[in-house]
Design a protein around this ligand. Structure first.
Ligand code: THG
Length: 382
């Protein structure tokens, strides 16, 4: 395919680390929250293998921060997510899906509680700032909603623990998943969380002064040399194997959290007022019409669809779409997320995928629960 170039104008934000990302070989980018986000350096497969064995440093500044601060901060956050935020403590992160008054998914941020009256949402690719400002205005809430000068940098891979222990101290090894501490790197006070968008584990460091981005990057990379650290980016193969969903691809405002299986992160019993509770209750009563499932697509290696591919039943009726796909050597198959009509979501169901080229491939529903894909896929092969 002909190479397309991306023009970086003022409308596309500059990240504090991007110079290093460009220098260190990023070849392809996407735009995420109006910021450049690398998607390939060498090849997804090569980077996947390196990520599974060593450690990588990722510029994920495009996971923009939306801060909610003031006396009504908790009230506003509770309004926009069905998750029970009253149980979140300072020092904790929570995967807090945002749902609108009709039950549609607005975003799926990682929420960080900084203080009783101060929260940060580390957002996926949609307009959370304006949504929250609109609600705060409309309800006369006493809060500030703004994007602070804060950018996350991810350190992912099995050697992330050794690397970070060497940089900030041995105690960091004890940090639990989705907890954060304050640490010091390159003379900066930073929030360091055990989180990140990979299946290989690691940390996310929140830079609070964009003029010091390169200093932070260089300090980590210097110590990282002996761990074979490389610049990288979220990896498609790894994230599909791990079951991490991407807003805009695997879920949109048109989908509700039950279809996507994200209802495991909330229940409708929480005490605080919430915009989506009534709609979610109605959706439950009326029945869930679609399901996000894991499928295996037969044949040789395919690349992820630019537009969604249709899934057809045996009578050639469209019954769903493929939302993300990658070839997994671990499972010896193309693996994908697909959104299908509820009647077609049972494991073992055979469908066909209509590729853009007109070619057809067989697709088998493997499981509705992507956390179980590993065991199922291994059983299938064994
Ligand atoms: N880190 C930070 N911000 C982010 C992302 C991130 N913003 C955008 C995007 N990623 C948000 N989406 C997700 C999706 C999944 C997870 C994190 C962010 C995730 N999920 C775990 C899982 O599904 O197993 C754990 C969820 C839990 O147990 O609470 O980590 O990556 N800063």
């Amino acid at each position: 395919m002909k190479e397309i170039q991306l023009v970086l104008s003022r409308r596309i934000g500059k990240t504090p680390f991007e110079e290093r990302v460009f220098e260190q070989g990023a070849r392809m980018f996407t735009v995420y929250n109006h910021m450049p986000l690398a998607s390939i350096f060498r090849s997804s497969q090569e980077e996947y293998e390196h990520l599974c064995e060593h450690v990588q440093i990722w510029d994920v500044s495009s996971q923009r921060q939306v801060e909610v601060a003031g006396p009504d901060a908790l009230k506003l956050v509770e309004l926009v997510t069905p998750r029970d935020i009253s149980r979140c403590r300072v020092g904790q992160c929570m995967y807090a899906i945002l749902v609108d008054e009709q039950g549609g998914i607005v975003n799926d941020p990682v929420l960080i509680k900084l203080a009783e009256d101060r929260y940060r949402l580390s957002i996926s690719d949609s307009g959370v700032l304006l949504w929250l400002k609109g609600i705060a205005c409309g309800r006369n809430l006493d809060v500030d909603v703004f994007m602070p000068d804060v950018c996350p940098l991810a350190i992912q891979g099995p050697k992330a623990d050794d690397l970070m222990a060497e940089i900030v101290g041995e105690e960091i090894r004890q940090l639990k998943f989705f907890r954060y501490v304050r640490g010091r790197i390159a003379d900066m006070d930073l929030i360091i969380a055990r989180s990140g968008w990979s299946g290989q584990g690691g940390y996310e460091i929140y830079l609070e002064d964009s003029t010091r981005g390169l200093a932070l990057w260089d300090a980590i990379q210097e110590v990282g040399q002996k761990y074979d650290i490389r610049a990288g980016c979220p990896n498609l193969i790894d994230r599909i194997e791990r079951g991490l969903l991407s807003y805009g691809s695997d879920m949109t405002l048109q989908d509700n959290p039950y279809e996507i299986g994200l209802d495991r992160f909330f229940n409708l019993e929480k005490e605080a007022e919430c915009l989506s509770v009534r709609a979610l209750g109605r959706i439950l009563r009326e029945g869930i019409k679609n399901a996000l499932v894991y499928i295996f697509v037969s044949g040789d290696e395919l690349s992820s669809p630019r537009h969604t591919w249709d899934l057809l039943d045996r009578g050639d009726n469209p019954v769903g779409i493929v939302t993300s796909l990658a070839y997994s050597r671990k499972y010896g198959s193309n693996i994908a997320f697909a959104k299908v009509r509820a009647g077609f979501s049972a494991p073992g169901n055979i469908l066909s995928v209509e590729l853009g080229s007109g070619e057809r491939r067989q697709a088998e529903v493997v499981t509705r629960d992507w956390r179980r894909v590993c065991s199922l896929a291994q059983r299938k092969r064994g």
